[in-house]
Design a protein around this ligand. Structure first.
Ligand code: HEC
Ligand code: HEC
Ligand code: HEC
Length: 443
């Protein structure tokens, strides 16, 4: 399930700004005059559309995979790309629309310009309150897709147009008033949204440019891995520093050698993105499991090598100060050791080494469990996880108390050479239970 708490707040403050802007001048908003895709800022392949419709559609299909459009636009019991996935936001549910070429319920009648405006500017055809363009919610990650080249955006459209048109009844959204009023997004856009293009260092070679494009524009990696401000906009100066998502935590993947992926071997990082991980760095799971299954593992391995090159050598190193250790850290870890041995060791091993070959991932040396915040251990234990290959991980939500789970997390984060801070508290577990929607065991 892809239920993403990706954008958190269109707070009253945004609303006030939106209303103010309304009073001041109605539909004033800034639009870039035209796409500005110059060779310095893009990998060469993204600047010229392949000739012939088959080649164009093939390029579009590849781009749609790298951008991971399908899982978000395919709800339960829905045909691919017909929408119907309701994304959870604190302001209600937001349903994804049908993007097959059905002329009435899909985007079959959209012009090239309308499609470009949606991906590049986050603006759909139509008007709200008579004068406002129809702003899209940034749950649709146009904040990253805005960096796509014009040629590639059109290739994506060519691929979507080649799909079978499917008529579906649109799934209703349940956004609360006033957040269900799209003009409210105006303030947010004025403050935080800057349309593309990508900016690249002209000295970069094609591999680096390709990695940057895949990471920043297509793979929208920052949407989950970059912390957001109190109005839910990504904080550019903290790119890739790590951020909470659902009951989990998307770790620091900047080039920092201690906290990010700068210290990973290139082979481990490529294995993680392309082959579902290994027994050195663990497996991709939760939202990242979806991302690797549908997107990065389906790309040519050279693309994953380019992403790894970019993350490890071109991103600014980020350091995050983790919350402080709990006051009874040693006692908590000692209780956790017993619980680990009774509940986890059969699968993950007494030394956290996991189970070969790729049956159960290692917890020793696994950076996702020692990240600044302990949410990943807690989230995994609460929600359970899909199988890495054969065995799924069960949920322990009803067997273990909040204190039990915090103790296990503190043990796992500090054992077998792991250098995480033992900062898991029962309060954190209680909060993540709410996000994961699982109750505590009966006392
Ligand atoms: C993280 C989930 C997510 C991903 C990934 C995603 N979308 Fe969306 N998309 C949405 C949601 C949610 C909406 C509805 C936004 C709204 O109503 O404001 C949307 C809206 C749209 C719309 C506007 C349709 C309409 O009828 O208004 C288009 C077009 C679109 N997406 C195309 C794409 C394409 C193409 C991709 C891949 C390049 C993509 N989306 C990837 C979630 C996603
Ligand atoms: C929908 C949200 C989401 C998106 C988009 C996303 N990630 Fe992640 N990522 C996560 C979460 C959650 C985790 C933690 C779970 C795990 O380790 O598998 C994670 C973990 C990782 C890790 C392991 C880090 C560690 O310390 O163990 C790497 C590497 C990574 N992501 C790279 C990427 C790259 C590259 C992209 C873009 C191509 C990307 N992610 C896009 C959510 C996301
Ligand atoms: C039945 C076997 C089994 C048991 C018991 C089990 N796990 Fe897991 N665990 C798995 C599997 C399989 C995965 C990989 C899931 C995936 O990749 O989607 C996993 C993944 C994880 C992860 C994410 C790490 C990664 O890199 O994938 C954490 C954290 C974790 N388990 C912690 C625990 C803890 C703590 C316990 C005890 C409370 C536990 N597990 C009990 C099988 C198990």
């Amino acid at each position: 399930m892809l239920s993403l708490l990706r954008f958190k707040a269109f707070t009253n403050y945004t609303l006030a700004l939106g209303a103010l802007a309304l009073l001041l001048g109605g539909a004033v908003f800034v639009r870039d005059a035209a796409a500005n895709d110059d060779a310095a800022n893009y990998p060469a392949a993204s600047l010229t559309a392949p000739t012939g419709s088959a080649a164009l559609i093939a390029r579009g299909k590849y781009l749609v995979t790298a951008a991971d459009c399908e899982p978000c636009h395919t709800g339960p019991n829905h045909a691919p790309f017909t929408g119907g996935l309701v994304m959870k936001t604190p302001y209600g549910g937001l349903a994804s629309p049908n993007i097959t070429p059905d002329p009435t319920t899909g985007i079959g009648n959209w012009t090239n310009k309308q499609f470009y405006d949606a991906l590049h500017y986050g603006i759909a055809p139509g008007r709200d309150w008579l004068v406002f363009p129809r702003f899209l919610y940034p749950a649709m990650p146009y904040t990253s897709y805005t960096k796509l080249s014009y040629a590639d955006t059109m290739a994506i459209k060519a691929y979507l147009d080649s799909l079978k048109p499917v008529r579906v009844k649109p799934t209703p959204s349940s956004m609360m008033f006033p957040f269900n009023q799209r003009p409210v997004l105006l303030g947010w856009r004025l403050l935080f949204f800057r349309a593309g293009p990508m900016h690249m260092n002209p000295a970069w070679n094609e591999q680096m440019k390709n990695g940057a494009y895949l990471t920043e524009a297509l793979g929208h990696c920052q949407e989950c891995h970059t912390p957001r401000n109190f109005l839910s906009a990504m904080i550019p100066s903290k790119a890739f520093a790590g951020a909470p998502i659902d009951a989990f935590y998307a770790p620091n993947i900047s080039s920092d050698k201690a906290q990010g992926v700068g210290g990973w071997s290139r082979a481990d990082l490529v294995a993680y993105l392309h082959d579902g991980g290994n027994l050195v760095k663990g497996s991709p799971y939760a939202a990242m499991g979806e991302m690797t299954r549908h997107s990065t593992s389906q790309l040519p391995i050279s693309d994953d090598q380019d992403i790894a090159l970019y993350l490890q050598t071109a991103t600014a190193p980020q350091r995050v100060t983790p919350p402080a250790a709990v006051s009874d850290a040693a006692a908590s870890a000692a209780r956790g050791a017993v619980l680990y041995s009774n509940n986890c060791a059969a699968c993950h091993g007494t030394q956290g080494g996991g189970m070969a070959p790729k049956m159960v991932p290692n917890l020793a040396g696994n950076d996702s469990v020692t990240a600044a915040y302990p949410y990943n251990v807690i989230g995994a234990v609460l929600s359970g996880l899909d199988a890495w290959t054969d065995v799924p991980m069960p949920s322990f939500a009803t067997q273990l108390s909040d204190q039990n789970i915090a103790d296990i997390a503190n043990y796992v984060r500090t054992s077998w050479g792991n250098k995480g801070v033992p900062n898991a508290t029962p309060g954190m577990v209680a909060a993540l239970r709410k996000r994961a929607g699982v109750a505590e065991k009966a006392k």
